[in-house]
Design a binder for this molecule. Structure first.
Ligand code: NAD
Length: 350
């Protein structure tokens, strides 16, 4: 564990075990020098406490990078709950988790993630103010979709062979959940041509009806000849062989860890396919979680989310001069912000 912490430069890890509710949870705090650590609470049936701790460390580091590049005054943290086989009382479990979060005195702010819901956040909010994504703060997926939309606009600007506006641009969207559906809505309003798929045929049918989208089977979306491929389902969809067979000019979607391996990013680069780094393009939900927790209005949040377009253009433009893939450059840009001498000086004087 200490080796994982030092390799990832994770600041601290907290463990909580509550036999009364069955709660076993981990909170990893990667960095708080830019502000309190913010990151979702994942509820997942981990095989071992080691797996849970490693996941919390990995995810917390990703949140630091995401917050740094989104320019929000927030550090990186993440909580994971080892989902019990048999939950006796979900409410009691999340109240106990809320007390765990509260015990850290605001160093970590929790939010929704895989396996947790707005209702769980409401439960947590009964025992601590250090929580966001409650029903009062609104749906983060709409802001994630808005960020992806602006990421796609950045792709159009960077690919000189694509039009400047979305009118007539062909976007293939994989996954029509909270983010994918809202993204299709925004793209359709701008006149984009949509090809879509989801494992749930009802979601595809809704996009066909509301946005005139062409529906394809899930396995066919990766071979659609299009301008932009937008993965908005699960992560890991682009391995090296998929990267070599995609027929698009750019990849720009919300899915976390959409590149299965760093080599897949290199393969896209060799194919001359621009790839918007996932933790840049899907930061809208995090920006929303942070700003709504700070009492900012929806209009202020939307304004900040639109800046994702400029943020993504930075690695795209650097790619033109350095020839390096944006996926590698974005990691370095985050490191530059987090570990720059200026930043470390601020940390010491904080
Ligand atoms: P969601 O669960 O609401 O929707 C995901 C959709 O993808 C589902 O409808 C599912 O059926 C579909 N899907 C999964 N695998 C698929 C496949 N192989 N082919 C076709 N469809 C498939 O999730 P969401 O909130 O819309 O998030 C989508 C992605 O974006 C996830 O990877 C998530 O981690 C990431 N993300 C979401 C947010 C947010 O604010 N919700 C923020 C950052 C990142």
């Amino acid at each position: 564990m200490f080796q994982d912490m030092s390799q990832s430069q994770t600041s601290d890890i907290h463990l909580w075990s509550d036999p009364q509710t069955g709660l076993q949870a981990v909170i990893a705090i990667h960095d708080t020098s830019r502000g309190p650590a913010l990151g979702g609470c994942r509820f997942f049936p981990y095989n071992s406490s080691g797996d849970a701790i490693r996941d919390a460390i990995r995810l917390a580091q990703g949140m630091s990078d995401k917050a740094a590049l989104a320019g929000i005054e927030q550090g990186g943290g993440k909580a994971v709950i080892m989902a019990p086989r048999d939950i006796q009382n979900q409410e009691a479990l999340f109240l106990s988790f809320g007390r765990f979060v509260h015990s850290l005195g605001g160093r970590y702010i929790t939010a929704m993630d895989v396996g947790t819901t707005t209702a769980d956040m409401e439960t947590i909010a009964r025992v601590t103010p250090h929580v966001t994504c409650t029903s009062a703060s609104g749906n983060p997926a709409l802001y994630t979709a808005l960020g992806v939309y602006h990421g796609i606009l950045a792709c159009l600007k960077a690919c000189k062979d694509l039009p400047d506006s979305l009118n007539g641009v062909h976007v293939a969207v994989q996954g029509l959940g909270h983010v994918g559906y809202a993204l299709c809505d925004l793209l359709h309003k701008d006149g984009a041509k949509l090809t879509v798929c989801d494992l749930d045929p009802e979601k595809s049918a809704l996009c066909q009806k509301n946005f005139g989208a062409t529906v394809v089977a899930a396995k066919e979306i990766l071979s659609v000849d299009c301008d932009i491929f937008s993965p908005c389902g699960l992560g890991g969809v682009i391995g090296t062989s998929v990267a070599q067979s995609l027929k698009c000019r750019a990849v720009a979607g919300s899915a976390n860890n959409q590149l299965a391996t760093p080599e897949a990013g290199l393969a896209l680069h060799r194919q001359n396919i621009l790839c918007a780094p996932d933790f840049l393009i899907n930061a809208g939900g995090l920006i929303h979680a942070s700003l709504s927790h700070r009492g900012k209005t929806a209009a202020e949040t939307r304004k900040r989310v639109t800046l994702i377009e400029q943020t993504i253009l930075r690695p795209f433009n650097r790619q033109i001069t350095s020839g390096e893939p944006p996926s590698l450059m974005a990691d370095r840009m985050a490191e530059d912000i987090l570990y720059s001498p200026k930043h470390q000086l601020e940390q010491l004087s904080a």
